[in-house]
Write a protein of this length. Structure first.
Length: 191
């Protein structure tokens, strides 16, 4: 059993995975490789003044998540069943993953969330018809299932979805540990 299964490997999912894996939570990302970032040219992402192609940004996110300790599975999640502490994520190829927490980072699709009984509401972004209803921390209506990024109602811009993935991951980690989690590395002292 994993501590966290993240469904979606775009900026929100990869960012969440970086934080949960760095915090020592066993983290699995299930990525169908169909997100909208893969079709984007990104010229407004902090720290990338020359821009970056969406596919390269997604590849770098995966590399960073794996370097942080996350396991990356290419495949499609078809169902999330169970309850907090004991979820089963069923993949299209028949594999099953178990996890204490699930983070939905499924971009523009609420299909999996709806099938899991998660409440949705009308979207507010242009062309985003439905989103997952979340509280201020990213919790959905189903305890133990969280949502981050566009599916949770934030702007489609990669810098924002990546930040939201990190925010939700911090909240998951904090809940698991029972205290607020902070992840800051410090430069060595000049000497």
């Amino acid at each position: 059993m994993s501590d966290v299964v993240i469904i979606g490997g775009g900026p929100a999912g990869a960012s969440a995975a970086i934080f949960t894996a760095r915090a020592g939570l066993s983290t699995v990302v299930v990525d169908e490789d169909k997100g909208i970032t893969r079709r984007a040219e990104v010229n407004n992402h902090l720290g990338l003044p020359e821009g970056i192609s969406g596919p390269e940004l997604v590849a770098r996110g995966r590399e960073h998540a794996e370097k942080s300790g996350a396991t990356w599975i290419e495949g499609a999640a078809e169902a999330v069943e169970g309850s907090a502490g004991a979820f089963t994520v069923r993949l299209a190829d028949g594999r099953e993953l178990t996890a204490a927490h699930v983070i939905l980072a499924t971009g523009t699709s609420v299909k999996l969330a709806e099938a899991a009984g998660v409440a949705t509401v009308p979207g507010t972004e242009p062309r985003i018809k439905q989103i997952v209803s979340v509280d201020a921390d990213g919790r959905t209506s189903v305890p133990g299932i969280w949502a981050a990024g566009t599916v949770a109602g934030v702007s489609v811009h990669t810098i924002i979805t990546a930040g939201d993935g990190a925010r939700v991951a911090i909240n998951v980690i904090s809940e698991v540990r029972g205290e607020r989690h902070v992840d800051h590395d410090v430069l060595p002292a000049a000497g």
